[in-house]
Write a protein that binds this ligand. Structure first.
Ligand code: ADP
Length: 190
């Protein structure tokens, strides 16, 4: 299965991604993780990305697209994949559609993990990451709302979107995700 998971920072994507890859047995493609690995490796891409990430801004589309394109070409992605944190802008979504279409593939479904803003802030204060200070974090939420939220409409129009209530117990949330996966599978066999 080829699945995209979309959610604002702090929505709990990490926890649900782990469960999803265990269930679906597909690689977990997190652009945030890939970028952090590039930074650790001190590659040209990493050095370029770091400036944006420190400010909570999006890394340029071309850089991210190059990275994802290379990753999708690896053999393990033939079984499907779980995209986490990508696409994040409309141009990224359009490029992904092109990329897959050229390989006669498409996305099976898009999961939106929906969590209200006050809960995101509460969770952020309880965890801590380098790009998690309150100012940078609110910047990341604002960018999500401006740049990434329009993707929900984009995928809704393609009839691929499932909105998952991201509040409550992680197991319950995963239960909701499994119901959506069942629907994606039924739509694919229509
Ligand atoms: P979160 O989901 O908590 O925002 P991620 O680990 O997905 O965190 O991303 C961390 C940072 O990496 C983002 O704030 C952004 O700077 C950069 N990033 C990750 N994915 C993308 C992407 N698809 N396009 C542009 N920037 C990205």
């Amino acid at each position: 299965m080829r699945i995209i998971l979309i959610g604002p920072p702090g929505a709990g994507k990490g926890t649900q991604c782990q469960r999803l890859v265990d269930l679906l047995r597909v690689p977990h493609l997190s652009t945030g993780e890939m970028l952090r690995a590039e930074i650790r490796a001190r590659s040209t891409e990493g050095l370029q990305a770091n400036r944006f990430m420190e400010l909570g801004q999006l890394v340029p589309d071309t850089l991210v697209l190059g990275m994802v394109t290379k990753r999708l070409e690896l053999a393990d992605c033939r079984a499907g994949f779980l995209l986490d944190g990508f696409p994040r802008t409309l141009p990224q979504a359009a490029s992904l559609d092109d990329l897959l279409e050229r390989r006669a593939m498409n996305v099976d479904g898009v999961l939106e993990l929906s969590v209200p803003r006050d809960e995101l802030v509460r969770r952020m204060l309880a965890r801590r990451r380098a790009d998690d200070n309150p100012e940078v974090f609110s910047n990341r939420i604002a960018i999500f709302e401006a740049q990434t939220a329009p993707l929900l409409e984009y995928y809704a129009r393609q009839e691929k979107l499932a909105t998952i209530d991201g509040l409550g117990d992680a197991d319950d949330i995963f239960g909701r995700i499994k119901i959506a996966l069942g629907k994606f599978a039924r739509d694919a066999s229509r």
